[in-house]
Design a protein around this ligand. Structure first.
Ligand code: PLP
Length: 451
């Protein structure tokens, strides 16, 4: 029996609360942390995790917490997936670093091949090409860089409610200045934040919303000054906002007509999360560049910038890269993730979760008037929480529900510019039984928080 199998059998996929949360041991480590880690690095729930498998986190006090966040959509394939651990371990024992821009290695090429196979628009005759980096923000930075090089234009268009990272450029691209950019200025220039499609609030059809977005960009930036439009097909930090039908195709068509590079930021929604390898497949758009990170390597740091060859090929040798970009261990893990998507039928699993988890959330919405909407695709689901009878966000209630759930051993996370949503990013392998338990806790948490 392999080590990995032992890990699995040693962590039953069940909730178990043995102390208050956080417990005494976590609180003790937290005190030490406060002395040496700055408060700008915040933790949503300071339970200190010692082990994890699939959907369960085991903390320093022995609590088994159901993880419905997956490190924000990273452990899409579950924590310590056996095949991912085996692939990464095997690679660790071979070579851990050479620097791809010094002496390359095959796993990097394999990841690029897998991405070329799966990104919509890429074909066997004209495959998309991939640059690998470490993080989502780096993927966005490089996507913008590559689009600027290709077009010779400066402008970057993004959408309201968007989130693209916390580096200097990406924090300027986020819709939410507080807390991501506040006090860290000057912010990067030539960024245009256009209205998005947010069906619950704007009531617009996809065509109407696209018209509004395009009109805004033509007036403020001018199409000929734009290098790229960066969009999350389903907005992540913004609250899992699914755009109205036809919105994304209309934007893509406008980009094509105006020589603007259409960049799909799939950092949160990609890698099988929504029931297709990339979420944009469900909107019928072939983006010029696709950005991957979070779930791509099952918990190891890796990010991909995958684009049309004529765009990717514009950069001069040495113009792209970075010391750790495309680390061999991360690449080996990513290859395993791609293989396991097929082996473990993870696209179908995402659809199963959409049906069972989504169905359960709709039952809760019928019972709790504070839930205005259940939305999302696959295993990327959210509820919007409002003051009943209005569309006013109720961030306090969101915080109380999350707190009540945490006390019961379920890890949830808010989302949205106004913290108006609770998002669910379960492992694609979370069983219906465990989902039923999470829904039960959520029901209790809503009841307790609204009492
Ligand atoms: C998380 C996220 C990023 C940033 O990724 P990091 O790895 O945290 O730098 C960028 N875009 C989207 C859509 C994200 O969800």
């Amino acid at each position: 029996m392999s080590e990995a199998t032992l890990t699995e059998t040693s962590i039953p996929q069940k909730r178990l609360v043995v102390t208050e949360i956080p417990g005494p041991r976590s609180r003790e480590i937290h005190e030490r942390r406060r002395a040496v880690v700055p408060p700008g690095v915040h933790s949503v729930l300071p339970v200190y995790v010692e082990r994890a498998h699939d959907s369960i986190l085991v903390d320093a006090d022995g609590n088994h917490i159901v993880d419905v966040c997956g490190g924000i959509g990273v452990t899409t394939i579950g924590h310590t997936d056996d095949a991912v651990v085996a692939a990464a371990t095997a690679q660790l024992n071979k070579v851990t670093h050479t620097l791809f821009t010094m002496t390359p290695y095959e796993p990097y090429v394999q990841v690029a091949e897998h991405l070329a196979q799966h990104v919509p628009g890429s074909t066997a005759e004209a495959p998309y090409k991939t640059l690998l980096m470490n993080s989502g923000a780096e993927a966005v930075e490089n996507g913008v860089k590559i689009a600027r090089k290709h077009t010779g234009r400066p402008g970057v268009a993004v959408l309201e409610h968007a989130y693209h990272g916390r580096t200097m450029l990406t924090s300027s691209m986020n819709f939410k200045g507080a807390p991501y950019a506040q006090g860290y200025g000057p912010r990067a220039g030539d960024i245009y934040k256009a209205p998005n499609s947010y069906p619950l609030h704007d009531g617009l059809s996809g065509a109407e919303a696209a018209k509004r977005t395009i009109a805004y960009l033509e007036k403020t930036a001018g199409a000929e000054d734009l290098a790229c439009l960066v969009v999350e097909p389903i907005q992540g930090e913004g609250g899992f906002i699914v755009p109205a039908e036809g919105y994304l195709p209309a934007l893509a068509e406008w980009c094509r007509a105006n020589g603007i590079v259409f960049i799909a930021d799939e950092v949160q929604a990609g890698m099988a999360r929504t029931g297709t390898v990339f979420s944009i497949e469900q909107f019928g758009v072939e983006p010029d560049i696709v950005l991957s990170a979070k779930g791509i390597a099952g918990g190891l740091p890796l990010a991909g910038i995958t684009g049309r060859a004529e765009i990717m090929d514009k950069s001069q040798p040495g113009g792209l890269g970075g010391t750790f970009g495309g680390n061999p261990v991360s690449c080996a893990a990513a290859v395993a993730v791609f293989e396991q998507i097929g082996e473990q039928n993870l696209l179908a699993e995402a659809k199963r979760i959409e049906a069972t988890f989504g169905g359960g959330l709709r039952e809760l919405a019928a019972k709790h008037p504070a839930i205005a909407e259940v939305r999302g695709k696959g295993a990327m689901l959210a509820i919007e929480v409002v003051q009943p009878g209005t569309l006013e966000p109720d961030a306090d209630l969101v915080a109380r529900v999350i707190q009540e759930a945490a006390q019961r051993g379920v890890l949830l996370l808010s989302s949205g510019v106004y913290n108006q949503a609770i998002r669910f990013l379960p492992s694609l392998k979370m069983s219906d039984e465990l989902i039923a338990d999470v829904l039960l806790v959520l029901d209790e948490a809503f009841t307790a928080a609204t009492a």
